[in-house]
Ligand binder design. Structure first.
Ligand SMILES: Cc1cc2nc3c(=O)[nH]c(=O)nc-3n(C[C@H](O)[C@H](O)[C@H](O)COP(=O)(O)OP(=O)(O)OC[C@H]3O[C@@H](n4cnc5c(N)ncnc54)[C@H](O)[C@@H]3O)c2cc1C
Ligand SMILES: NC(=O)c1ccc[n+]([C@@H]2O[C@H](COP(=O)([O-])OP(=O)(O)OC[C@H]3O[C@@H](n4cnc5c(N)ncnc54)[C@H](OP(=O)(O)O)[C@@H]3O)[C@@H](O)[C@H]2O)c1
Length: 257
């Protein structure tokens, strides 16, 4: 397996946030696996019913790294798509089980995409949050910005995974604002609205106490492709665009499906 493009890792912990829908998984990490916050791993599973001794991964999916680059293990945060070929099987793994990890980390939703800015806005729906957790857990990533605003849009409050950790981080670091937004349930003190509506009507800026200013703000978008498309249009009108031909932009986007 030394020549393989992947390594075989071992699951160390599984945590359900919403049973049957949302969970996190920790696995051992090859010390040679070096990544930047915001990048994703390709995770592999063998064919169903494959013989354990001869198992080779045949089914691969992308998963953003949740763990900080300094963490000895890798952590992932996942949804269960009931009819999906991969995620229900990932959800069934238990400590001691094997999970394969492509040796190469991928992706460009990284902070080096941006020229220096003052304010970093991290906007996610659903499991799109994953990509930002690694950045927020890495203190060096945040230090470049005077303010960091994390917006997590979900359907209902129980889907606000990592809420306690993120709130505790924001309580400790006055530069960080954590804005949990639910669309199908009222959260105390928060509007019940899609984050796109809150971009359009200025609600997000009001909640953060900060202006969306193309000269000073750097925005990342991650999660549902329809949200990305809608948010990109709204933000384009406000002067935000991804970088092109080596010229850094003020917007970076990652589609999950
Ligand atoms: C760059 C990248 C990073 C990703 N990171 C993550 C991550 O950190 N966590 C994660 O859960 N998924 C992530 N995904 C999605 C992941 O790769 C799988 O698609 C997902 O786990 C479902 O796998 P599946 O085989 O069960 O279903 P698939 O056949 O892959 O997907 C079936 C359908 O399920 C829906 N779907 C897929 N992923 C999601 C999702 N995350 N949230 C809501 N609906 C979804 C879509 O409608 C999709 O068409 C990422 C995808 C990309 C491209
Ligand atoms: N295992 C289960 O029992 C179970 C149950 C339900 C769903 N699922 C799976 O979960 C998937 C959905 O996951 P999810 O809820 O994390 O993701 P989601 O459908 O992307 O919803 C997450 C958040 O994004 C918002 N959103 C969606 N489209 C948007 C847009 N165009 N602009 C702005 N915001 C937008 C949603 O608002 P709205 O509320 O307004 O849409 C919601 O607040 C389904 O595809 C299904 O596979 C599983």
């Amino acid at each position: 397996m030394a020549d393989a493009k992947y390594t075989r890792q071992t699951v160390t912990r599984v945590q359900a946030w919403v049973p049957g829908k949302l969970f996190s998984l920790r696995v051992s990490r090859d010390p040679a696996y070096v990544f930047q916050p915001g990048q994703f791993a390709r995770l592999g599973l063998p064919a169903e019913n494959a013989d354990e001794a001869e198992a080779v991964p045949t089914l691969w999916r992308a998963y953003s790294m949740v763990s900080a680059p300094s963490d000895a293990e890798l952590e992932f945060y996942s949804i269960v798509v009931p009819e999906g070929p991969f995620s229900p099987r990932l959800a069934d793994l238990r400590p001691g089980d094997a999970l394969y990890v492509d040796k190469t980390p991928f992706g460009f939703l990284t902070l080096d995409r941006f020229a220096d800015g003052e304010h970093l806005w991290l906007l996610a729906t659903g499991t799109g949050l994953s990509a930002y957790l690694s950045m927020l857990r890495d203190p060096t990533a945040r230090q470049r910005f005077a303010r960091v605003v994390l917006v997590h849009g979900v359907r209902t409050a129980d889907e606000l995974a990592y809420r306690d950790e993120l709130q505790a981080l924001a309580d400790r670091d006055p530069r960080l604002s954590y804005l949990p937004i639910a669309t199908r349930q009222a959260l105390p003190g928060m509007p019940q609205a899609r984050l796109t509506r809150l971009i359009a009507d200025g609600g997000l800026e009001q909640l953060a106490g900060l202006e969306l200013d193309p000269a000073r703000s750097r925005i990342m978008l991650c999660g549902n492709p329809a949200m990305l498309a809608d948010a990109r249009m709204l933000l384009a009108d406000r002067g935000f665009a991804p970088g092109r031909r080596g010229i850094p932009g003020n917007l970076a986007v990652e589609n999950y499906w």
